[in-house]
Design a protein around this ligand. Sequence first.
Ligand code: SAM
Ligand code: SF4
Ligand code: F3S
Length: 452
Amino acid sequence: MDQKIKSNLKKKIFIKTFGCQMNEYDSNRIFDITKKIKYFPTKEKTEADCYIINTCHIREKATEKVFHDIGRVKKEYKNKKKPILIVAGCVAQAEGDLILKKDNYVDAVIGPQSYQSINKIIKNIENKNKQHNITNFDTVKKFDELKLISSSNSKVSSFLTIQEGCDKFCKFCVVPYTRGPEYSRNFVDVLNEAEELISKGAREIILLGQNVNAYNDKNNKRLSDIINALQKKKNLLRIRYYTSHPKDMTKDLIEAHKECSKLMPLLHLPIQSGSDKILKSMNRKHNIKEYLKIVNILKEKNPRIKFASDFIIAYPGEEQEDFNQTCELMEKVKFINTYSFIFSPRPGTPASDMRIIDEKLAKKRLIIFQKLAERIKMNYKKKLLNKTAKVLFENKMKKAKDKYFGRDEYHNPVVVCSKKDIIGQEKRVLIRKFSQHTIYGELINTDKFLAA
Ligand code: SAM
Ligand code: SF4
Ligand code: F3S
């Protein structure tokens, strides 16, 4: 076929995304970039001309899982034309050489800071079919080039990455090695992207960063400046941000929780452990007293605020007393949502050399902790019954007739029945029942909001 006609044909790209919201944001941006070379997103994973695995390296067996996935792609395409296979994300950054060496079915590995080069790489592979490793830390270039490409995201709740990387070096964590040093995007670029998302239908913007509250651009604009600017955007209803570090909960940011009505009253503030001894050994740079002080000031400023957190259970050196303190902290703050995992030694991090805790004991502690967290969450949900909640509706459910999915101000998933299309609207809902993951309610037929 004529080379010109061939390059004008539409192609399909499929991305399998693992890990955090930042990977989700990146996958959407890869879709935006590759449209320029006529690759269009497909949901059919066996029909792709280009297949991308966007990986996460945060916990155990990450690299093995990638090889497992590569094996699955090989099987799925056994009797078909081989797709261009690219491994992207944090495992690509950390283990790129190994992946390419071990499996020549993989055409390229590309780190999270290099997505701006993806079209060039795909074109090179189409033409020469040689393996590529692009894993430099060029965050500035990434965002400078991405800002020139319009976003096709039209979700009611949209992610917007404002910060990348981390300089904190908690001893257990791979992020400083996979995402590189802290970098904050330019304030004006962030607001332009927010404007674009709102014009395409976003009613909630979730500001993202590995340390989102460490945001500090060249002109000393802080996260609170972004929140204050977004507060003024007419069609935007809600603002959230993840993930924060306690050390960066500055006064101006705390004040925003009082002043900005669009900033949702749920703060995800990872603590990791309830023991000062363990926090110190993790190099967390905050202690329990400081953490609780932030919680209490925020509650004073905004009595409706609630908290979510991350915990690492059975970190090396965690004794029964340390674990008890973690459970006590859970009882004290009554986090309404928690993410808890057993410590996983990550290659190359300082904690990977520390003596791990007996597996059986670690699992036992995790079960105890998760049961406690579940009890607290269920008690909280019980109190919601027969009360009203403000819900922003995101989509119609695919398999259930006239059912709409949304989230309340505390990010709880809520489902209601409606004959009318309510996508993109914030409505009052009377809470009737709940399951482990979802709240069910009825729309209140009044324009006037009832007091919750
Ligand atoms: N920057 C955030 C903070 O300071 O807490 C956390 C970002 S990290 C991507 C998300 C969560 O993964 C952490 O809060 C931690 O609980 C968990 N995590 C990171 N490394 C881990 C490890 N080696 N083992 C178990 N959990 C880990
Ligand atoms: Fe990882 Fe968060 Fe610690 Fe940074 S602050 S090293 S991202 S856990
Ligand atoms: Fe995973 Fe990388 Fe996010 S390690 S949690 S995808 S920053």
